[in-house]
Ligand binder design. Structure first.
Ligand code: KIV
Ligand code: ZN
Length: 513
């Protein structure tokens, strides 16, 4: 595959919805997963790993829904090297609108084989070939991953890959599952595998790196230099423990240093920031301000000498422009007189492609907001897009709320909700402050007491007219749901965020009942 100017392209497999989502605190509801998948497709990701169908009925459903709507990216489903897992994955991919991929993994390191799998190396070899052969009956595009490959005997990995390729695998993947490898060492291993695996010319070699020692991106780039042609990564680097290689860093590393690597990707970099914000919003997991490419300070120049430099010539301290990754340098502000054309233009400029019905509702919400708030910023627009792109079916709809609070009297919260089937319910509760009081009142109505794991409120932009953005994470019986909302009133944004999480919980519980 080559891009503009005939630069060869690296295949990007994004696993935000599988490896990313399985990390603690990064859970997403099905609607959010579809919204992320659509965004990844627009971003130009080659392969979207949508989930691990055998792991739960919820994952199976999400993979099915995503596969049914994604056309321009391959949709992959993960499975262990066993028939039941492969069956769950192939069933989830059966109605794929585009191209499906079955991704089988089996560990090859001595510690995993002995203590986890309780299998001999010969059994691992046999199961690799048998599982790939079985998967090939249903899907032409099969990927095989040697879990914990970086701590495995390289010659054994070559034998396992030869067996997988012999059985029909088109991609073989070298995961640094525990983030243990060093760049030179990992690059050397990739080169060794490439040169010593019989049949390797029939398959693509991939790398999948974790960030336990902060080297996931460096190791992925070293893998490319040594012959890997598919890189597995996640938006914002979310994932197990310290996370996975960050997609935005891989993409921009290759693009900014095309002179050095001689490779590029199909990714539309101007959509990177939008994708990062979407993942932050649906998971509630923020990136640190100094995060490369998408952090709040990634393009901020604080020191006087730097500011002077960039004023004279931006290239003195900037190796890429914020616009190139979708961060608008001039935060153009829209207002109530801005028309549909200006609004759509702005959406495009900030890398948020919205079409059809979603565009109608985002534009209507923009007009409402512009009436309440004189100036509407990019962050406000992004929040409106978010609300329209991942709607949770409303079991409970907000009808009315009121709080009273003071320094001597306790706080009281009153709420009226409308249930989808049973209609109006109201409740009043006391609490430790107005937010606690109103959340207690909601709990009394829904008859459940989820634990509030996260409650965060922030201003979307500066100034007292800013919208308050609230993120809420609730947990019940070991499961977690996120909710977020924005409003010019912070109590209202809190109530709406809490209700969004409650609705996500109710929806999941009802589907499983
Ligand atoms: O880290 C890992 O080994 C994985 C595999 C399943 C590819 O995520
Ligand atoms: Zn992983």
């Amino acid at each position: 595959m080559t891009g503009n100017g005939n630069i060869p392209l690296i295949t990007i497999l994004d696993t935000t919805l599988r490896d990313g989502e399985q990390a603690p605190g990064c859970g997403m509801n099905p609607q959010e997963k579809v919204a992320v998948a659509r965004r990844l497709e627009k971003l130009g990701v080659d392969v979207i790993e949508a989930g691990f169908p055998a792991s739960s009925p919820g994952d199976r459903e999400s993979v099915k829904t995503i596969a049914g709507v994604i056309k321009d990216s391959v949709v992959a489903a993960l499975c262990r090297a066993r028939e039941a897992d492969i069956d769950a994955a192939r069933e989830a991919l059966a109605g794929a609108a585009g191209s499906p991929r079955l991704h089988i993994f089996l560990a090859t390191s001595p510690i995993h084989m002995e203590y986890k799998l309780k299998m001999t190396p010969e059994q691992v070899l046999e199961q690799t070939a048998a599982s790939v052969r079985y998967a090939k009956k249903f899907c032409d595009d099969v990927q095989f991953s040697a879990e914990d490959a970086s701590r495995s005997d390289p010659d054994f990995v070559c034998r396992v890959f030869a067996a997988a390729i012999g059985a029909g695998a088109r991609t073989v993947n070298v995961p640094d599952t525990v983030g243990y490898a060093m760049p030179d060492e990992f690059g050397g291993r990739i080169r060794y595998i490439l040169e010593h695996t019989p049949g390797m010319e029939k398959a693509r070699l991939a790398a999948h790196c974790h960030d336990d020692l902060g080297l996931a991106v460096a190791n992925s780039l070293a893998a490319i230099q040594n012959g890997a042609r598919q890189i597995e990564c996640t938006v914002n680097g979310i994932g197990e423990r310290a996370g996975n290689a960050a997609l935005e860093e891989i993409v921009m590393g290759l693009r900014v240093r095309k002179d050095f690597f001689g490779f590029d990707t199909r990714v539309d970099a101007a959509r990177l920031y939008g994708a990062s914000r979407l993942v932050t919003q649906v998971t509630g997991v923020k990136v640190q301000p100094n995060k490369a490419i998408v952090g709040d300070n990634a393009f901020a120049h604080e020191a006087g000498i730097h500011q002077h430099g960039v004023q004279t010539n931006r290239a003195t301290y900037e190796i890429m422009t914020p616009e190139s990754v979708g961060i608008a340098r001039n935060q153009i502000v829209l207002g109530k007189h801005s028309g549909r054309h200006a609004f759509e233009e702005r959406l495009r400029e900030i890398g948020l492609g919205v079409e059809g019905d979603a565009l109608e509702s985002v534009f209507a919400a923009f007009k409402d907001l512009a009436d309440k708030k004189k100036l509407v910023s990019d962050r406000d627009i992004e929040a409106l897009v978010m609300d329209a792109s991942a709607p949770v079916p409303e079991t409970w709809k907000l009808d009315h709320w009121a709080v009273s609070t003071g320094s001597t009297l306790g706080a009281t919260g009153a709420i009226r909700l409308v249930h989808r089937e049973s209609g109006l319910r109201k409740e009043v509760s006391l609490g430790d402050g107005p937010i606690d009081a109103i959340f207690q009142a909601i709990n009394a109505i829904i008859g459940k007491e989820p634990e509030l794991e996260l409650y965060e409120i922030g201003a979307i932009t500066g100034g007292s007219a800013s919208q308050g953005e609230t993120m809420v994470k609730i947990a019940l019986a070991g499961r977690v749901w996120n909710g977020r909302a924005v409003s010019t009133d912070i109590v209202e944004s809190s109530v709406r965020a809490y209700l969004a999480a409650v609705n996500a919980m109710e929806w999941d519980l009802a589907r499983e009942a």
